[in-house]
Design a protein around this ligand. Structure first.
Ligand SMILES: Cc1cc2nc3c(=O)[nH]c(=O)nc-3n(C[C@H](O)[C@H](O)[C@H](O)COP(=O)(O)OP(=O)(O)OC[C@H]3O[C@@H](n4cnc5c(N)ncnc54)[C@H](O)[C@@H]3O)c2cc1C
Ligand code: FES
Length: 257
């Protein structure tokens, strides 16, 4: 798929380290799908769509710092949407969304879709601190029950999302959707998978984004995050490197501690 050049229409500050970039184009997409964003002379990186016309960025290294220096009217290159997003069953009555950090950005459009279908949504969202938060008003308005946790207690309750899961599990959920750091997702997996039907959005090093280069492989079953995922059912992740290690841009293993 060719790169399309688009303009940034609006930039919203979500918090000190998170911004949403709204574009002068819109995408037909399934929540959980991602686009490749290209800044000429810098790099091309994957970002989940947080709405039909935008994506949300947490500042990290060179690429995201450059994103933060862009202004409305600036041009960027886009490929996608790519990958397999979340599978929301239209007959679900109640779903639970669990996010860690910037993982909330792919779950917000899912919450919107669910609410439009009359599905009850509960949200458990964790952030490092108030400086890394995003979509707080959307979390409140879209959910029936929500809990926001920060690692340092600077907003909401103090602690990790995994400390509060039991509060939610007294109810039955038809589907559970999880997006966040892999260590957190593995803890959630160990607590709830196979008790509830659960889907996880994974991150691996994306280069081509279209299933050619093998950079984003999950060892064990040869699943490709860019093509078979990024969203996987719990059963698909059994017998894979999920929760144990990922590979960096050179293919070296990086173990989760
Ligand atoms: C499917 C998918 C969806 C994503 N959605 C979002 C999102 O909605 N918002 C957001 O802020 N971030 C998202 N990311 C992560 C985002 O791609 C990285 O934050 C970004 O590439 C960091 O680049 P950098 O140069 O600023 O930092 P770097 O210092 O280069 O990298 C920081 C960390 O980002 C990750 N990363 C770097 N390059 C890549 C790459 N090519 N592919 C995958 N991970 C990489 C690595 O874990 C690395 O350790 C997503 C990643 C994937 C795989
Ligand atoms: S990034 Fe190339 S196969 Fe997935």
């Amino acid at each position: 798929m060719r790169i399309r050049v688009v303009r940034i229409r609006e930039i919203r500050d979500e918090s000190k380290y998170v911004k949403t970039f709204l574009l002068d184009t819109s995408f037909e997409f399934t929540p959980g799908q991602f686009i490749m964003v290209w800044i000429p002379g810098i790099d091309e990186k994957p970002f989940a769509l947080s709405s039909k016309d935008g994506f949300t960025v947490q500042i990290y290294g060179e690429f995201t710092k450059k994103m933060f220096s862009l202004k409305p009217g600036d041009k960027i290159g886009i490929r996608g949407p790519f990958g397999r997003g979340y599978h929301l069953k239209k007959d679900s009555k109640r779903i639970l969304l669990i996010s860690g950090g910037i993982g909330i950005s792919s779950l917000i459009p899912l919450a919107e879709e669910a609410r439009n279908l009359g599905i009850e949504v509960d949200i458990l969202a964790g952030f490092r601190s108030k400086d890394y938060m995003a979509f707080i008003e959307r979390i409140k308005s879209l959910s029936r029950n929500y809990l926001i946790a920060t690692d340092d207690g600077s907003f909401g309750v103090k602690g990790f999302v995994t400390d509060f899961i039991e509060k939610f599990l007294k109810k039955h959920y038809d589907q559970v959707f999880v997006c966040g750091p892999e260590i957190m997702m593995k803890k959630v997996f160990d607590k709830i998978s196979f008790k509830f039907e659960t889907q996880y959005s994974l991150s691996r090093y994306i280069k081509c984004g279209i299933g050619i280069c093998g950079s984003c492989v999950i060892d064990g079953k040869g699943l490709l995050v860019c093509k078979d995922g990024p969203v996987f059912y719990d059963r698909e992740l059994l017998g894979t490197s999920f929760g144990y290690y990922k590979r960096d841009e050179y293919g070296r293993r990086i173990y989760f501690k």
